[in-house]
Design a protein around this ligand. Sequence first.
Ligand SMILES: Nc1ncnc2c1ncn2[C@@H]1O[C@H](COP(=O)(O)OP(=O)(O)OP(=O)(O)O)[C@@H](O)[C@H]1O
Length: 302
Amino acid sequence: MYGSITFKGGFFLEILKVVDLKKHYGDVKAVDGISFTVERGTVFSFLGPNGAGKTTTVEILESLRKKDSGEIYYFGERKDVLDRETKRKIGVCLQKSAFFENLTVWETLKLFRGLYGTGLDLKEVMGLFSLENIEKKMVKTLSGGQLQRLAVAVAFINDPEIVFLDEPTTGLDPQARRQIWDTIEHFKNLGKTIFLTTHYMEEAERLSDHVCIIDHGKIIAEGTPSSLISSSGLKTVVEFDCDQDVNVRYLEKKENHYVVETDAPEELIKDLLKNWNVSNIVIRKPNLEDVFLKLTGRDLRE
Ligand SMILES: Nc1ncnc2c1ncn2[C@@H]1O[C@H](COP(=O)(O)OP(=O)(O)OP(=O)(O)O)[C@@H](O)[C@H]1O
């Protein structure tokens, strides 16, 4: 047991605590000494570009990979490797799920629920994940969005305390993505804890209570989305297109598209219009993507 456990109504508030976790592959420091705490009833997100170390971390926490060093605590007890009892309290949706292709959606959920021997009501789960209309469809005939909804539903089927969702909406269309977001929010409102990894800034910003921005195996910033934005010092962001080499300090320039931070947007725009051939000017509030750009000089999607 560790020292600083907080109780509220008999529950551990700290569902998961990680101390100085490391995993190297040869010279690649995939996870390079990260520490964090996940609180009950929150959405905790790992936001970072491809190769940042998100999946490696999550798979260590799920006992699917071995760590090199560090400490892992679940529900206040050291659990570097998960035992059966702790596994029952955890739900997992991996980046790529493998199901039996010839089973139907209903049969698949029934199978997983049966493996646990307990869990959520199947009909309720069908409703929550909008699977009712496809319950008789075989897994091999499902679209990407339907398969992903099934994978997320399976992660919740044992009624776990904490659910790991590794990039659950990658490759989905906006409607399918929003459906998954709604379900995540539903479970959070029921007091469940969600550990989300994503490289979608909008997803992290909308869903998360706490975000860790991770890059090259290290946490480079963490906090609520709004505290990350306010502590970044970013005031206003102006985006525009211009084929010329504009003499301005930018957060990002991709082809002819500029992203610029400023605390004097009016003057900046006046200057742009007067001196440069700019178009498609957008003024907006800063977001987590801008914070990442400012911290690393790179794009989350790179
Ligand atoms: N089994 C492995 N063997 C060698 N290197 C690995 C292995 N798994 C991951 N890596 C490397 O470790 C680093 C972190 O990878 P990881 O998959 O954890 O990142 P990620 O943030 O989840 O990326 P993505 O968003 O693409 O899934 C990368 O440089 C990756 O190439």
